[in-house]
Ligand binder design. Structure first.
Ligand SMILES: O=C(O)C(=O)[C@@H](O)CO
Ligand SMILES: [Mg+2]
Length: 260
């Protein structure tokens, strides 16, 4: 049976951030994920987790000026110091929140410097820096391919590229975050690819396509996918990273079907 994690950067948007924890627990979620906890004092996040009996499943390393349009800094040559500071900040929060997975957002290809080889070298070097530090803390480091329709210019958009990065980094503590929604848009063949890469996938996320709404609103057969995850013995979390069409709680009918 899948373990569902509520992505609080997408779900319960009508509530203040820390109030989303109780709402997720009330709806039956056991785990949480979000872009990052950095705007909140650690103690308040821990209290909200503990008060609601929730597991902190995953969050991202600091990813630059998100509101200003940045989508990660890990491939950007002039941001290496900031990336390293971000590793320390993420480790600090993860220790307190007992979080065992941290995701790196690779970044957008800068419009004025599209030297892809340089960007790739910077990303690989940054991941080589982060992976052993995460391993020492018992935390898995992840990278996520993201679709180019929603995020034009994103540096890492396919599993082939993610595999190449894993190979170049050469760490057994670097994994893929496999987001079915992004992968449906970029490449399809969702479960064949999942099965081939399963040993290197440490987190999956879902949303339907088109629209990035609840499972059952589009073309992706999540009944099949979730039963395949069980059949293949995937014992990780399934992140619910979608935009609820009606309201988060009202739209959770799909999840109850798979919890029974
Ligand atoms: O957008 C996604 O997909 C994510 O998983 C975010 O954490 C980063 O964009
Ligand atoms: Mg995702």
């Amino acid at each position: 049976m899948p373990k569902f994690s509520a992505n609080l950067s997408f779900l319960y948007q009508d509530l203040p951030f820390l109030d989303r924890f109780a709402a997720a627990a009330r709806d039956g979620f056991m785990g949480l994920e979000y872009l990052g906890p950095y705007a909140e004092p650690k103690e308040m996040v821990v209290d909200a987790l503990k008060a609601n009996g929730l597991t902190q499943v995953l969050f991202n390393l600091p990813s630059g000026d998100w509101a200003g349009g940045e989508r990660g800094i890990a491939c950007l040559p002039d941001r290496v110091d900031e990336f390293r500071d971000g590793v320390a900040a993420a480790l600090d929060y993860a220790a307190v929140l007992d979080c065992k997975r941290l995701n790196v957002i690779s970044g957008l290809v800068p419009k004025d410097d599209a030297d892809l080889e340089t960007l790739e070298r910077v990303l690989v070097d940054n991941l080589r820096y982060a992976a052993p530090r995460m391993a020492d803390a018992g935390i898995k480091l992840l990278i996520e391919p993201i679709n180019l329709r929603d995020m034009p210019g994103f540096f890492l958009s396919t599993t082939d590229h993610a595999e190449r990065i894993l190979e170049k980094v050469g760490s057994d503590n670097l994994y893929i975050q496999y987001d079915f929604y992004h992968m449906q848009i970029m490449q399809g063949d969702l479960m064949q690819t999942f099965e081939r890469l399963m040993d290197r996938i440490a987190h999956v996320q879902l949303a339907d396509n088109p629209g990035r709404n609840e499972p059952g609103t589009g073309e992706i057969n999540y009944g099949f996918i979730l039963s395949e995850l069980d059949r293949l013995g995937y014992d990780g979390w399934v992140g619910c990273e979608y935009r609820p069409k009606a309201g988060t709680t009202e739209g959770l009918g799909w999840m109850r079907l798979y919890r029974m």
